[in-house]
Design a protein around this ligand. Structure first.
Ligand SMILES: [Zn+2]
Length: 227
């Protein structure tokens, strides 16, 4: 979807569904259902940068810099292709974990190859009277932009609980999220979008059913009523 067609619709940034704290799950959620059709919000490197900014991986100035540097270049295109490959691997990853199945070695390899693409070094920084070290990434190539997404998948596997990766319960929604509610009761990608839609559908279904019941039972009752 390009240019004029997109301008007719909501801005891309407002279509992104940021429904999880994990960038890896939000990346696979760039494929979603709209008006009963499956659509892909990422069509080129520029869309990828917009998503990285929307999800907080890049600041506004870093996003502008990445756009200027790599849009329309072979390097930008290959980073975009890597993002689409990572997204496909993450979809399998989320689907399997949500079904209680183990993550495949192929998925681990894809995550590792993105992790390995970015060099970084530790820097010693003052923290009040104390010191701590911080990992400083070097975003020297377009592919490095994806490293934080692969890192979030690694964090999810290392520290997360796979049973909390859930797919939205709306049968016509394809989004995944990580349930951080206290009682592990989250059911929807978002209450506003899918939760209220399902609740409204259930309400109308019940209302229609009770109206239908009333329509069939009223004459019976009326016939029984003594005049
Ligand atoms: Zn949903």
């Amino acid at each position: 979807m390009k240019g004029a067609e997109r301008e007719m619709r909501k801005p891309l940034e407002r279509q992104f569904r940021i429904v999880s704290n994990f960038a890896c799950l939000n990346l696979l959620n760039t494929e979603l259902m709209q008006h009963g059709r499956r659509i892909d919000l990422l069509s080129d490197f520029s869309d990828l940068v917009a998503w990285l900014r929307a999800v907080g991986v890049l600041s506004n100035s870093e996003a502008r810099e990445a756009e200027t540097r790599w849009t329309g270049t072979a390097e930008g295109e290959s980073a975009f292709a890597a993002a689409i490959g990572l997204r496909a691997a993450l979809r399998t990853f989320a689907e399997r974990l949500a079904q209680g199945k183990p993550v495949s070695d192929a998925t681990v390899d894809v995550i590792n190859s993105v992790l390995a693409s970015r060099p970084s070094h530790r820097r010693l920084v003052r923290d009040g009277q104390a010191f701590r070290t911080r990992l400083v990434p070097q975003a020297a190539k377009a592919i490095h932009l994806l490293a934080p997404v692969a890192e979030s998948a690694a964090d999810l596997l290392e520290h997360g609980e796979s049973s909390l990766i859930k797919s939205c319960e709306n049968p016509s929604c394809v989004l995944y999220f990580y349930d951080t509610t206290k009682n592990r009761s989250r059911r929807w990608c978002s209450m506003e979008v899918c939760g209220s839609r399902i609740k409204a559908a259930t309400y109308y279904r019940r209302k229609r059913a009770s109206q239908a019941k009333a329509a069939t039972t009223t004459p019976v009752r009326a016939a029984k009523r003594p005049d």
